[in-house]
Design a protein around this ligand. Sequence first.
Ligand SMILES: [Fe+2]
Length: 669
Amino acid sequence: MIGTGQEGDKRWIGGNLWRGGGAARGAGPVPRVWPRRPRPRGGGGGAAPLPPGGGGGGPGRPDHRRGPGRPPTPVLAAADWTCRVLVGGLSPATVYWYRFIDDKGAGSRIGRTITAPRANDPRPVRFAFVSCNSVNEGAQNAYARMIWEDQRAAADRKLGFVLHLGDFIYEVVEYPEEVPHRYSRTVYDLGHIPDARKVGNFYVPTNLAGYRHVYRAHIDDPDIQDARAYLPFVCMGDNHEFSWQGWQSFIKYGAAVEPAQPLRVAANQAWWEYIPSRVRKASGAALEQFSPPVVEKAAIDTFDDDGFGTETNNRIAVGSMTAYRALRYGKHVDLILTDLHSYKAADPTDRPEAAALDSGDYPVIPQEWLEIVDGGRDYAGGKPPAIIAIGDKSIPNYRKDEPAHTVLGREQKAWLKAQLTQSTATWKIWGATNGTLDMRTDPQNLPAGLVKDRWPGRDYGTFGGGDMSGAFAERAEIYDLVRDEKIPGFVTVSGDRHSFWAGYAAPALPPAGFAPVGLSFITGSISAPGLGEAAEFFKESALRPLYVRKVEGAPPEHTINLTIKRGVRSALEYAASGDIEAARALTNPDVAPHLEFVDMAGHGYAVVSAGPNTIETEFVCIVRPIARAETPDGGPLRYRVSHHAQMWQPGARPRLEQRIVEGDAKLSI
Ligand SMILES: [Fe+2]
């Protein structure tokens, strides 16, 4: 059923190649393997995982050891012809090869997986973390690069698994006959989503068939197939697995918020069918099918003390699957994965009442405004202001009687805290799907007259809101726990931002102080376009130099990195002179003491190496993945940068050391 040893004979004669399936590892050496069988002509069928070559190590073949005997696994139409098996009795920290063979003798391609090391295994742990696969607007060259490098790595530098932090799919799909290009991208044809709803230039699923279509379109990508066949994937969804602007079972297009309980269930079901994982579902532990609960679309207009909609169908829909979970990986890593969309309260900045405060002149909002609406009735120790005054505008504080904002929700937050305090691993790695690092700048330092009306804020302006970095109170609650409980080795890893970030987990920034309690990293997208790329297409304006420097005959340069890391004076200097030393000399040291690296135009992946005393995160940045690379290495790199830290004593400041291994990242460091 599953073989060990060297790479096997990858040919399979006499059957279809099924769509590839990787395997995700649960806690301990129990991989879950997953293929999708092409829809059979007439009727269902069964499949059994068998070793490449059918079992038994013949001459020139790897040593296949049969796993424990098991009955054939059904492949059901009700699961969209996907199937899952959970295999026990395997050795820890071991490479296995597997494939599935159906009752007609047709076989899947051969997959490879790696079991987790035991909790006392002292060897360093090495894994990649990734996010944001856009097959509609890009190529998944980053996976080709990852495989290429791993196949050539020394035994102790090979990856154990890939952590996928969400946007495995984009449910928003463009059709190339309508939208042939966006930014610098070619729009690739993913077919038409059945029963789609049109939103602007995009089509989105309205039901299970729609989500299944989108998943199939993503896993048809050859590089995604190769990656899932080569490495175990541990996945957690972000927003696009359900709906771009969705939360709980709400969807939102434009200003209109709609309940969408059946859609939430459909999204969970398709995720469960297409993403190998060990998560809880309401229908029980059976692996054959999701067996969705029946829910109705109904208004959700009452909320508990954590902003969770109490409407019955909302509870059932969100509860159809519980994905947050923790995985132990050797002596050194506890991987604690949270779901930042299923339990999240409505975004407090995204309320109609707030519109009156925002002039629209600036791309950021005053930090104090976000802090007030985030804190709700708990702001300033339970003394929120009656009005929110920004410059010459003021509105009643619409949040003063409402609970503090939560992204995690009550139960998940309690669970996260328990995981952090109880972990015995060297490194407690929080997989927070969206970025925990503040994204802000200092518009108070813009030259007078650059924008008609002067900056109305007290000091800093934030791009935040909507992700973990804008959940100031909740993030501080977690970070204060790390500080108070003296939890060593706290690290966050995130995706979603379509950009590479390295820095420190800090509950507050100047002028409120700066006392980091851990390290934070965000990976660039595998392929989805980021803000740096979008900015290349901004119309010329007084503020455009804060995003991009365009000089005739030269590639655009992303001054937004300087705006965020060093402040507006630094960015404007570089935009004017192209002199990085002059730009660095104008750094505002208080704008981003939490950042060591920002690249808003980077794509690729990040690799963590976690050992007994040190942790290293390497960013592998590829060139913009507009078309599939023609070389097996996934195409050229822009840069490779390593961020390295020694374990710190509780209460002491962690320190990152940076090394540019290759390429140029001068606007990012
Ligand atoms: Fe994304």
